[in-house]
Design a protein around this ligand. Structure first.
Ligand SMILES: Nc1ncnc2c1ncn2[C@@H]1O[C@H](COP(=O)(O)OP(=O)(O)OP(=O)(O)O)[C@@H](O)[C@H]1O
Ligand SMILES: [Mg+2]
Length: 238
């Protein structure tokens, strides 16, 4: 599904990711863990095409056999790559419905977009009043994460990265989000960047990756996440 080849990435002339080689497969859920500043969000940005992150000339990102390394973010999104931000952006004057109607114009009937948003909002216990406000304007941390999930579902991507979707959400919302993603994973690839094990209880990852200093230093099954929760990253620091 998505292959990283010699992925070395810099920002502001500083090398952040160091030669990552990995293949994310279809129908699999991945968890990426790692201490603060280890490069997890940078990896998410590099995959989604954020212009601040520059790939080395030998670095490649291959998505469904196409080299997307040089494509701008909107083209990658059109091919089915979705990133949910660690800190979701606010959009003044635009509601989630207006944004999605625009993104899906010619693809989905606006009436259906509206119905699906309402259906998901109910499932995630999002207040109706929040949907009529500008996107993420004065929304709480947890509300923003839920709105990210609504966008993910409506846009129907194939490769989804959630950067700390579990941070700042209450326990009921966490369960709802994880259960929802579990039902959504078929024919897709889901990557959960997380510091905690708790979301992984409701959506079990097939593989867990540990990042440290811009490298993938360990890969394992869900037990690796349990090990880290108990023991931290000390073992991998040498
Ligand atoms: N645009 C940038 N310019 C310069 N340095 C950056 C930039 N983006 C990230 N970095 C640096 O790269 C390193 C990795 O940052 P990144 O945000 O990827 O870490 P992270 O693993 O997501 O951490 P956290 O768990 O705290 O979210 C950090 O040292 C950070 O300061
Ligand atoms: Mg981060």
């Amino acid at each position: 599904m998505l292959v990283l080849k010699n992925l070395t990435v810099s920002a502001s002339n500083k090398v952040i990711l160091k030669n990552l080689n990995f293949e994310f497969k279809k129908n699999k859920v991945y968890a990426i863990m790692g201490p603060n500043g280890s490069g997890k969000s940078t990896l998410a940005y590099a995959i989604s095409g954020h212009p601040a992150y520059r790939l080395d000339k030998d670095a490649k990102i291959i998505f469904n056999k196409n080299d997307i390394s040089a494509l701008p973010p909107d083209k990658r999104a059109k091919q089915g790559v979705f990133l949910s931000f660690q800190t979701p952006l606010s959009l003044s004057g635009v509601t989630v419905f207006q944004l999605l109607r625009l993104a899906l114009s010619g693809i989905k009937d606006p009436l259906i977009v509206k119905q699906e948003i309402d259906r998901l909002a109910k499932k995630l216990h999002i207040k109706e009043e929040l949907l009529s406000r500008s996107l993420n304007d004065n929304a709480s941390g947890g509300e923003k994460k839920k709105l990210e999930l609504i966008q993910a579902v409506l846009l129907d991507p194939k490769f989804l990265i959630f950067d700390e979707i579990d941070t700042g959400v209450d326990i009921d919302a966490l369960k709802a989000i994880a259960k929802f993603l579990d039902g959504f994973k078929k024919e897709r690839t889901i990557v959960l960047i997380t510091h905690y094990n708790r979301i992984l209880k409701y959506i079990k990852p097939d593989r867990v990756l540990v990042m440290l200093g811009g490298r993938i230093v360990k890969e394992g099954d869900y037990r690796l996440a349990e090990f880290i929760e108990k023991n931290g990253y000390e073992k991998y620091r040498s």
